[in-house]
Design a protein around this ligand. Structure first.
Ligand SMILES: [Zn+2]
Length: 249
């Protein structure tokens, strides 16, 4: 059993999770939240000391996250560059047109024609030359990215299923904030994070292999990694790339 509450140490908010671990550890998540795991019996002042002793490290992580997020947001605009499954494309945002957003990949460009302003928006100033950027543009592109990811994942899934002799019942793609994939071992449904469309293809393949391995071994124990070594020997490199660039918040 573990319990969770929020702790404040010198102005830093820390989520304290007690129980289920043998030693105190601190983690900075990609979304900027800080989590302290501790055995049930460690006194509060000792925990505060632990956080203070690691404060410089926490601040460094938070700063790197912030810089990465800013760089990531700057890509989402006309002229920005995206890496689609390892291939670089330049974003071209054209004037708003039809009822639906259109996305077309032409040579090295990804041309986006946003949907025309909706009736509710009419009358708002500046809509004639609406050029979505940043989060607004990212949201417009998500359905297309999902489709691209699914298209790329299906042949990988087919090949791996045939090799490994397992069968996934359903492949879903959706945005997840802290995981690249998940596998429901009971229903054999696999879910992939949409953002894998913006990572190299080898990363997608390794996540597909990872989730399929769960159909053979639900836990992350030694047997699981022996299966990964057998079916996807390149998994440590793929994991390193994904750890370096966690999903956007
Ligand atoms: Zn797993």
């Amino acid at each position: 059993m573990s319990t969770s509450r929020t702790l404040e140490v010198d102005g830093l908010e820390v989520e304290l999770v007690r129980g289920g671990v043998r030693r105190v550890s601190l983690r900075v998540r990609p979304d900027g939240s800080v989590r302290l795991s501790a055995p049930s019996r460690v006194p509060a002042d000792e925990l505060a000391r632990f956080v203070r002793a690691h404060r410089a490290w926490v601040d460094g992580c938070l700063e790197r996250n912030g810089l990465r997020d800013r760089a990531e947001r700057e890509r989402w605009q006309d002229g920005g560059a995206l890496d689609l499954l390892g291939e670089r494309v330049t974003l071209r945002v054209e004037p708003a047109a039809g009822r639906h957003t259109q996305v077309e990949r032409v040579a090295g460009e990804l041309v986006v024609r946003p949907h025309a302003p909706r009736p509710d928006d009419l009358g708002k100033p500046g809509l004639a030359d609406w050029r979505p950027a940043g989060e607004e543009l990212r949201q417009l592109l998500l359905p297309w990215l999902k489709g691209e990811l699914k298209e790329a994942a299906l042949p990988l899934l087919e090949r791996r299923q045939a090799e490994m002799g397992v069968r996934c019942s359903l492949l879903r793609v959706r945005w997840m904030s802290s995981r690249w994939g998940s596998c429901n071992v009971r229903t054999a449904a696999i879910t992939l994070n949409t953002e894998l469309a913006l990572r190299p293809l080898a990363c997608l393949d390794a996540v597909v292999a990872h989730e399929l391995c769960h159909l053979l071994e639900p836990s992350h124990g030694a047997r699981f990694y022996a299966l990964m070594d057998r079916w996807c020997p390149g998994w440590p490199e793929a994991r390193a790339v994904l750890r370096e660039s966690p999903p956007m918040r």
